[in-house]
Design a protein around this ligand. Structure first.
Ligand code: CAA
Length: 260
């Protein structure tokens, strides 16, 4: 289905989702959020897609935030609804059973940083700039930034970024664990696709259960999270992929996973 603010390209079981509002530095308005929700719902059940890459159009921005022009005149209740919808979309991305890689090209600010945080892995181009500058606008992060950023980089660093509204470069994002790796801009998509290809070569069922174990387990205490992991580990043994993976190892050959 053609989208107004997204471009979708699928090749070799990798879907690249490009946010295409370059005039607003790819800012997230209601329509773009709806389209993201829609496309991730489709990917969840589409066997032709195994890994998803999210990026922004142009060289300047991944996503420069939620759309400030669209938010400016919201009432308190409308703003709360907008934040809840943003949360739902980030959650839909997190709950998507396929791995999601953010390929961050340029500004990832406010809702853009939060979108990157909703993805499983963040690869930053050298020109990437991350930040939660909402305090400059008299508001706080509203798409999960106060929560996912603190969980990923720690409370102290997250509070510093949120209190100061400072923008950090790709090297600093890498240093504090916000970016998984940093590459030149012209190698960004290629690097993300290479990582996607590596993931696709593994047992798809195991990859999905691993995603579930990490995301859902982090919301539990360690004892329960380990119990949950043991359940999912057990579930792997109900799959043909586990039989094939272990058999292939013992026969000293490459496994041929079927995702079953
Ligand atoms: N929303 C709407 N439009 C935006 C935007 C945003 N978040 N960010 C940039 N734009 C628009 C600008 O208004 C401008 O439009 P015009 O050409 O029509 O004037 C165009 O994109 C280009 O932007 P600039 O001229 O400002 O470009 P620059 O290179 O001078 O600066 C920038 C780039 C530093 C990213 C700057 O645009 C900026 O600070 N943007 C806002 C970043 C921000 O505050 N993000 C957080 C938003 S609030 C939020 O996200 C809340 C939440 O958690 C849900």
């Amino acid at each position: 289905m053609p989208y107004e603010n997204l471009l979708i390209e699928i090749e070799d079981e990798i879907a690249v989702v490009t946010i295409t509002r370059p005039k607003a530095l790819n800012a997230l308005n209601q329509k773009t959020l709806l389209e993201l929700q829609d496309v991730f719902t489709d990917f969840a059940g589409d066997d032709a897609v195994q890994v998803i890459i999210v990026t922004g159009s142009g060289d300047k921005a991944f996503v420069a935030g939620a759309d400030i022009a669209a938010m400016q005149s919201l009432s308190a209740l409308e703003a709360r609804q907008f934040a809840k919808f943003g949360h739902q979309v980030m959650r839909d991305i997190e709950d998507c059973p396929k791995p999601v890689i953010a390929a961050v090209n340029g500004f990832a600010l406010g809702g853009g940083c939060e979108l990157a945080l909703g993805c499983d892995i963040r690869i930053a181009a050298e020109n990437a700039r991350f930040g939660q500058p909402e305090v400059n606008l008299g508001v706080i992060p509203g798409f999960g930034g106060t929560q996912r950023l603190a969980r990923l980089i720690g409370k102290g660093r997250a509070l510093e970024l949120i209190f100061t509204g400072a923008m950090i470069d790709a090297a600093e994002a890498y240093r504090i664990g916000l970016a998984n790796k940093v590459v030149p801009l012209d190698q960004l998509l290629e690097t993300a696709k290479k990582m996607a290809g590596t993931i696709i070569s593994k047992g798809p069922y195991a990859v999905r259960l691993a995603k579930e174990a990490v995301h859902n387990g982090l919301e539990l205490d360690l004892e329960r999270a380990n119990q949950y992991e043991a359940e999912l580990f057990g579930l792997c043994f109900a799959t043909a992929d586990q039989k094939e993976g272990m058999q292939a190892f013992l026969e000293k050959r490459q496994a041929e996973f079927k995702g079953k």
